[in-house]
Design a binder for this molecule. Structure first.
Ligand SMILES: [Zn+2]
Length: 344
């Protein structure tokens, strides 16, 4: 079945102050990638805004009121996070795109879908907008899947930052596995390997902090040794990918050395998990990625991977790379997670 892409030129109407890295031009890139996708015969559709009850599944009423009261105005929500006049409408539309992607795969209209959205979401918690994020799009998507009757949903987050908001929202919920690879130490300062979730959710938060400078080979190793084995044992009925591309070597914020093909390869591995456990169902939701050229190449490569093609982009990582950072990160994660995931 063809991959469905949900995006809207309206995402370009969320305009933080000039010079902010999470800028409208990022949407112009996503629009171009979506247009190319359509030319190649792919499906592209316009999303609908998420209804309030869907947002209330992961955010407090007070949080939504704060965002709503900023409608029509430019407001600073935290030192990194701003609204413009259209932001309230746009963030509801972004969450609606993530939700619409879930609906499409659960209704069997496709098995693989991608929501190309901004603003990103994974730093936003139940009560706080942070780190360029307003509504937590991936969390809304996961909650939608649970409400539609799924018993287990995996969120895999390869953005260069830890998705502290997503972790907080689901840390006590054993129905949602949250797995994050992220640069460490780095913003937002959370996501230590020994953060494993709370209460009934213990073991369903898997953090893999990685030293700056990690390459495709490091990420490949961490996915092969930790992310894929844990996700496979969890047996998700849907895989959601928090797809940030700020671990790309050209990104101005992250200090990792990933390539577009590297992201495609990670996406391919997650498609395999979805094929083995989730009847193929996988939904990609964009997060960060601040070099426009790298964002364009990475997104196109990941759509190719979702579509099960573009072998060239997904070529193996350089053989000479000894993946030292990946081995170290996998070792640390294994030391903590082996208690929850036997035989890891
Ligand atoms: Zn990020």
């Amino acid at each position: 079945m063809p991959v469905l892409v949900l995006t809207s030129a309206r995402f370009g109407d969320h305009t933080p102050p000039p010079g902010h890295p999470e800028r409208p031009e990022r949407q112009h890139v996503m629009d171009a990638v979506a247009a190319r996708w359509r030319e190649l015969g792919g499906l592209v559709a316009e999303p609908s805004p998420a209804p309030r009850d869907a947002l209330l599944r992961v955010h407090s009423g007070r949080f939504l009121e704060t965002l709503e009261s900023a409608a029509g105005r430019a407001v600073m929500l935290d030192p990194d996070t701003f609204t413009s006049a259209e932001s309230w409408a746009i963030t509801q539309l972004a969450a609606g795109a993530a939700m619409g992607a879930v609906d499409a795969v659960l209704e069997g209209r496709t098995t693989r879908a991608a929501a190309l959205v901004r603003p990103p979401g994974h730093h936003s918690s139940r009560d706080l907008a942070r780190g360029f994020c307003l509504i937590n799009n991936a969390a809304v998507a996961a909650a939608r899947a649970l409400d539609s009757g799924l018993a287990r949903v995996a969120i895999v987050d390869f953005d260069v930052h830890h998705g502290n908001g997503t972790q907080e929202i689901f840390e006590a919920d054993p129905r949602v596995l949250y797995v994050s690879t992220h640069q460490w130490p780095f913003y937002p300062g959370t996501g230590r390997a020994d953060d494993v979730g709370t209460g009934a959710g213990r073991g369903f938060t898997v953090n893999v902090p990685m030293e700056r400078g990690a390459t495709d080979a490091d990420y490949d190793l961490v996915f092969d040794e930790i992310v894929v084995p844990v996700a496979s044992r969890f047996k998700p009925e849907l895989v959601i990918v928090s797809a940030g591309f700020d671990a790309h070597e050209e990104d101005p914020i992250g200090a990792m050395r990933m390539s577009a093909g590297g992201f495609a390869r990670l996406t391919g591995r997650l498609c395999a998990v979805a094929d083995n456990c989730a009847s193929g169902r996988i939904v990609l939701v964009t997060e960060g990625g601040y070099n426009l050229r790298a964002l364009a190449a990475s997104l196109a490569a990941c759509l190719g991977a979702l579509d099960g093609r573009d072998e060239r982009e997904a070529a193996p990582a350089a053989a000479a790379d000894d993946a030292r950072r990946g081995r170290l990160a996998a070792q640390q994660a294994r030391a903590v997670q082996a208690a929850f995931w036997r035989g890891l």
